[in-house]
Design a protein. Structure first.
Length: 252
C-alpha cells in the first residue's frame, strides 16, 4: 500500500501542479475562455491513463515474461524522468508558459482551443501513464486503497500549495519523492529479474535465480520491508536537508 500511496501522491501532485500553472497563465493573460479546453484535456487524460492501466493489468496477469519486460520499461522511464525533472525543474514553469502562450495565441479560435486541449492532454497524460506503468509493479490487496489515499494526499498538497505556497519547499518535495522513486526502480528491476527467472528465460540459471530472489520479491519475506526501508531512508535524507537549510538560513 505504501509504495502505491507515494507513487500516486508524487505523480498526482505533479499533475495538479501542472493544471494550476495552466489555469494561472490563462487567468493572467486574459484567456479564461480557454478553460473548458483544459477541463476536456484533463478528462481525456484521466480516461487514457485508466485505459492504459487496465490494459497493462490484463496483459501482464499471470504472464511472467511480460511483467518482467514491463518492469524494465517502467524502471527506465521513471528513473530517466526523475533525473530530467531534477535538471529542468528551475525553468519548468517558464518553459510551460512559453509553450502554452504559443498554443493559445493563434488567431484562429478553434486552433487555440485545440492547442490548449492538446497541451493539457500531453502534460497530464504523461503523469498518468507513468503512474499506470509503475503501479502494475505493486499490485496487492491494498494497492487500490494506497492509490486512493495518494490521490487524496495530492489534492490536499495542491490545496496547501495554492494557499500556503510560500511555506512549502517544493524543491525538497520533488527531491525526496524523486529519491523514493529512484530507490523504487531498484526494486522494480529486482522484481523483473525474478519474473524473467520464473519465465525460464535466463537459461539454466533460471531456477536458482528464482529461488534466490523469491524472498525479496514484493510479496516475499524481505521484500515487504523494502518499502519501509525506502521511506526511512527518504525521511532521514529529508531531515538532514532540513537541518542543513536551517543552518544556512541562520548563517545569513
Amino acid at each position: 500500500m505504501l509504495p502505491a500511496l507515494i507513487i500516486v501522491f508524487r505523480e498526482g501532485f505533479e499533475a495538479f501542479l501542472t493544471v494550476a500553472i495552466i489555469f494561472a497563465f490563462l487567468r493572467k493573460t486574459g484567456r479564461d475562455w480557454l478553460r473548458p479546453a483544459v477541463y476536456a484535456g484533463i478528462v481525456a487524460s484521466v480516461a487514457a491513463s485508466f485505459a492504459l492501466g487496465y490494459v497493462l493489468m490484463r496483459i501482464s496477469e499471470h504472464q511472467s515474461l511480460i511483467e518482467g519486460i514491463l518492469g524494465v520499461v517502467a524502471a527506465v522511464l521513471v528513473a530517466s524522468f526523475v533525473v530530467h525533472v531534477w535538471r529542468v525543474a528551475p525553468r519548468m514553469k517558464g518553459d510551460m508558459e512559453r509553450r502554452l502562450d504559443t498554443y493559445s495565441s493563434t488567431a484562429s479560435r478553434f486552433l487555440a482551443i485545440a492547442g490548449v486541449f492538446a497541451f493539457t492532454l500531453l502534460m497530464v497524460t504523461r503523469e498518468g501513464m507513468e503512474t499506470a506503468l509503475t503501479l502494475i509493479q505493486v499490485r496487492n490487496g491494498r494497492f487500490v486503497l494506497g492509490s486512493l489515499l495518494g490521490i487524496g494526499a495530492a489534492a490536499l498538497m495542491s490545496w496547501a500549495w495554492a494557499h500556503f505556497g510560500h511555506r512549502i519547499n517544493i524543491k525538497r518535495f520533488f527531491q525526496v519523492t524523486g529519491l523514493f522513486l529512484l530507490l523504487f526502480t531498484l526494486q522494480i528491476l529486482f522484481y523483473s529479474i525474478h519474473e524473467f527467472s520464473e519465465a525460464a528465460v535466463l537459461g539454466r540459471w533460471s531456477e536458482a535465480i528464482h529461488n534466490a530472489t523469491e524472498p525479496f520479491s514484493p510479496v516475499g519475506v524481505y521484500g515487504k520491508w523494502f518499502s519501509v526501508v525506502m521511506v526511512g531512508l527518504c525521511a532521514l535524507w529529508l531531515l538532514a536537508m532540513s537541518v542543513k537549510d536551517r543552518a544556512v538560513a541562520q548563517a545569513r
